[in-house]
Design a protein around this ligand. Structure first.
Ligand SMILES: [Cu+2]
Length: 290
């Protein structure tokens, strides 16, 4: 094969790759259900991904242009031999310092988002902090399901110690569900994540929320959902033979306290009085029919 063939061959693939990348959003060639973030913080996380995508695209195009130039230059003379280099100190310094500088820039630039994502419990330690009552639920990941515990409707936490006490053991009046977490819409939400056995990972792709559940730890997760609806919850840590079936749902609803009241009516239903639906509809206490 002539050198010009290899020059065209190795130049065509990067060009094809770039063309496919540019047209794929319009052609809907992305991942299925690759939808926009349902949380404002998720949008900022997406922006970080796009920033990194821009940086690697520039680096990719730059290196491919150099490669194409070298191939094209060498293809003009079939008899010219290659030049072997044992390294260039200056070049090595440059390609160490430039990526290091880019990594340092990304590390500093993302700190804000990371702080909002991970470090929001600092003022829970203050008495009567408004954030104390952002607590919505405790989620226990276990082989192979998500166990959800909500505080009794109307519970008010006045200190971090009260939260810790609530987390330490189940309380009378707590409400329970399995694999389906409800959260309030447009409100800063705090959930605590625990593991009942091995390591799991609480992952809600559309909310851009992902957090490992680690045995022995209560891990706080903060988010604000600003789109009503159902979102897939999945386990993102291989946790055993039934890992694949650790699927759940997160639902963001406007009337969160109404949901808790309905859940309480269902849970308190003794099986012989009015149906849970009727009680929830009327808001009455139960009457036992004999
Ligand atoms: Cu798992």
């Amino acid at each position: 094969m002539s050198r010009i063939f290899w020059c065209l061959f190795f130049t065509a693939w990067p060009i094809l790759g770039i063309v496919v990348s540019v047209i794929s959003p319009q052609m809907n060639w992305g991942f299925p259900d690759n939808r926009e973030s349902a949380t404002p913080l998720g949008e900022r996380i997406d922006d970080l991904f796009y920033l990194i995508l821009c940086i690697v695209t520039i680096a990719f195009i730059g290196t491919m242009v150099v490669l194409a130039y070298v191939l094209w230059k060498a293809s003009k003379n079939e008899d010219e031999k290659g030049w072997f280099s044992h390294g260039s100190h200056n070049l090595e310094v440059i390609w160490t310092i430039v990526p290091a500088g880019i990594l340092l820039f990304i590390a500093l630039y993302q700190m804000d988002v990371w702080a909002i994502y991970r470090v929001r419990d600092y003022d829970l330690k203050q008495q009567n902090s408004p954030r104390l009552n952002n607590l919505v639920a405790e989620v226990i990941a276990r082989q192979f399901e998500w166990r959800i515990r909500y505080p009794a409707p109307g519970t008010v936490f006045k200190s971090k110690k009260q939260i810790d006490d609530w987390l330490a053991k189940p309380q009378a009046g707590d409400l329970y569900t399995v694999n389906h977490l409800h959260v309030p819409l447009n409100k800063e939400t705090l959930i605590y994540l625990k593991s009942g056995d091995v390591q799991h990972s609480f992952f809600v792709p559309e909310m851009r929320v992902k957090q490992d559940a680690i045995p022995g730890q209560n891990i706080d997760i903060w988010f604000t959902v600003n789109r009503a609806g159902d979102f897939d919850l999945t386990c993102a840590e291989l946790c055993g033979w039934g890992h694949y079936k650790m699927r759940g749902r997160v639902t963001a609803i406007e009337d969160f306290s109404g949901f808790l009241q309905k859940l309480k009516a269902e849970q308190d239903f003794d099986g012989i009085s009015k149906s849970a639906g009727e009680i929830a509809a009327t808001g009455q206490t139960q009457e036992v029919t004999r």
